[in-house]
Design a protein around this ligand. Sequence first.
Ligand SMILES: [Zn+2]
Length: 511
Amino acid sequence: MNNFIKLLFVLVIFPNTIIAQSSGKNYEYTIDFLHMTDDEVTVSLTPPKNNFKQGKFIIPKLIPGFYQAMNFGQYISQFVATDKNGKEIQTERLDTNSWMVHDLKNVNKISYQVADGWDSLEKDTHEARSAGSMFIKDSVFVINYNSLIGYFEEIKEIPYQLNIIKNKGFYASSALDYQKINEITDRVWAKDYRQLVDSPVLYCIPDTTWLKVGNTEVLVSFYNKKERHYSKKIADEIQNILKNQQAYLGGKLPVDKYAFLIYYEASREEGYLGDGLEHSKSTVCLYRSGSMNFLSDALRRVASHEFFHIITPLNIHSGEIQHYDFLNPTLSRHLWLYEGMTEYATVHMPIKQKMISLDDFERSIEEKIRNMKEFDNTLSFTELSKNAMEKQDQYMNFYQKGALLGLCLDIRLRELSGRKTGTQDLMLKLMQKYGEGKYFNDDELFDEITKMTFPEIRAFFRDFVEGSQPVPLKEYLAKVGFIYDETQEKISLSPHPDPKQLALRRAWINQ
Ligand SMILES: [Zn+2]
């Protein structure tokens, strides 16, 4: 995973079967991708019926998983509110991301123009394009609704109805279900703003392949200007991974639908650029490279991590995530869980499922150790998580040290349980306890996990996750019959493991 791959965690989503009526109780939006002018899209909305004298309209400053202000309001212009007679109602722009709309109760329509955040992957910027939107008239639209759609501070947590005007033949690939109204109009519902922002869409002439993994419908949607029949090849690659993940997760996947939205741009330069953003039930992957040959491998590596997010934070998350504030968010202290445990599962699953050799597994741990050393490991992981916005340079350590902490926790749990349960079981238990609609209190999670497991686990969290003691890799790997040579950064099998070590290793990695 390279530095461009940022990962979004959001939760939400009920089955997309909410039947709401357009009765003034929801936001009604129209977005016109068909009649673009000057690279801009026209958006209009009718606010829900209300009695407010004024209202603050917000376009996100940040979105979950990114720890920098992205100010999506910067793409909005010509913001105009009118009453039912078409008479203009006064509005003021308060700052980049918010507007005061006067006499809100009499506003019948608000309209504005939206510019896209990027139009190719060509320029090598560090901007998170996978969180923004791109419009290429009559060709392709990569849409994250946080850059097109907003909400009133006073009117939150209600449904959205979107009417999308688009080119004939364009198909909406998304975790949400788009309903065809006519050749150039689709309609989609979201139960609230969070779900909408959590559900990006790729609009273009379809190159799509559907997979069925257990009870989950998986959509693989691909866009490239020239190559229009490639989704099948990618889907074949992804299928094997998802099947193994299903087995690893006890045979059942907790989502009904999942979408991989993949945009690929050819380049004359060497190397490749990847920018990814995962959501509860979908992932946006943007790639640019000189050759498509790398794509399968890149996706195989990324898909597994992204897909494991269906466990956390989708089904296991704190109140900070459930009630995310798009202007001034409070962060959770549990990135060790959302990203660390997700990445650990990505490393652990292939060896447990016998997809890779023991040698490959050892190398993958060594790589995590080497990468971890690039960061400041004297920082408390819970503190780092709370302050991820100020500590962006340390954020990627949740994928390195976070995964190694997961490894140690797994070995410790298997040791304490007499080899019966590890982190696989712990995650499933947490998912049963909380699930999609129920959050935990940020400061109670460690005690809750301790109650569900063993008293000794509280000390593990205190020392290594809340505290800043070094990851106890040497000691824990010894428990499962490995030698960790810290100076050489090498991991190898002990020449003379005792039966206890052998049994614990077998329980841990099937070897
Ligand atoms: Zn992630």
